[in-house]
Write a protein that binds this ligand. Structure first.
Ligand code: MG
Length: 284
């Protein structure tokens, strides 16, 4: 693919992404795919979906995992329910993510992505060390499938995420950078964060958001908004990605599945914005 192909977060039968007909209608050449439900993770459905994408000229660039029981209702609920951190579901989810990686391999994918959860702040705690252990175990399995793991950003500051990646100490652990999440979770100014973690960034989301009021940051969500309308500064974001040497897909996320018409319209507008900025910035 050429530099910075446009992409969008998509789903088959589960998750927040748009469906394939919308991807085709908007003429978007790449997708990140939210993992389908367990009963759909078969070779037969992988072959069918891969053929459908190939026919439509769509490249799948990464598969994102997600788990039953996760809730993004508010930040406190996220802490309790998301990713590999909650102890009561940890082992089962590690096992399930290995199966998701196996399904991604059936689709021929070399990258999988994950919200790992809120990495414990205390690096001397048992929960931090247990998370290191299960992450290494998972990365070994993913590595055997010839894949890298991209951690979604937002739930940690850039410094803490870097510290975690260094502690895990595996060569197939990278980052899917989402600038809006840094704002939504109140974990840091996104461009500054991107510069810090840039060497690990292997895929990205193009999503925008406005900050929560200053005294509420980290406790209450900011607001996700159409690309270009928020506080990320999309031009600066793309210029920074170019300066870091990032040449992968620009994968749009617009997380309003409750309003599919508006979601489609906003994504269409995001495509036009990104195409225009891409011509401008790559010509500089
Ligand atoms: Mg994202």
């Amino acid at each position: 693919m050429s530099q910075w192909p446009i992409g969008v977060f998509a789903s088959l039968d589960a998750g927040l992404g748009v469906h394939l007909d919308v991807v085709q209608e908007l003429n978007i050449p790449s997708i990140q795919l939210h993992t389908p439900r367990p009963e759909t993770r078969t070779q037969e459905s992988a072959d069918r979906f891969a053929a459908k994408c190939a026919d439509a000229g769509i490249t799948i660039t990464c598969m994102f995992g997600g788990f039953e029981g996760e809730s993004y209702a508010d930040i406190a609920t996220c802490v309790r329910t998301v990713g590999l951190v909650p102890p009561e579901t940890q082992q089962a989810r590690v096992q399930e993510f290995k199966e998701i990686s196996d399904f991604a391999r059936m689709l021929g994918l070399d990258a999988v992505g994950l919200h790992i959860g809120f990495v414990p702040e205390d690096v001397s705690s048992d929960s931090y060390h247990t998370l290191l252990d299960v992450t290494r175990d998972l990365l070994d399995h993913i590595g055997n499938n010839g894949q890298t793991l991209h951690l979604e950003t937002g739930q940690e500051s850039a410094d803490h995420l870097l510290e975690f990646i260094k502690s895990v100490d595996r060569d197939n652990l990278f980052i899917n950078f989402d600038p809006a999440n840094m704002i939504l979770y109140g974990t840091g100014e996104p461009i500054e964060a991107l510069k810090k973690v840039g060497r690990y960034v292997r895929s990205i989301h193009c999503k925008d958001a406005t900050w929560a009021p200053e005294d509420k940051r980290g406790e209450a969500w900011g607001q996700e908004v159409p690309l270009g309308d928020g506080d990320v500064g999309i031009k600066n974001y793309l210029q920074t990605l170019r300066d870091l040497g990032y040449d992968g897909p620009l994968t749009i996320e617009r997380e309003i599945p409750e309003d599919r018409d508006r979601q489609k319209a906003d994504i269409g507008q995001a495509v036009r914005l990104l195409e225009s900025l891409r011509s401008e910035i790559l010509a500089e």
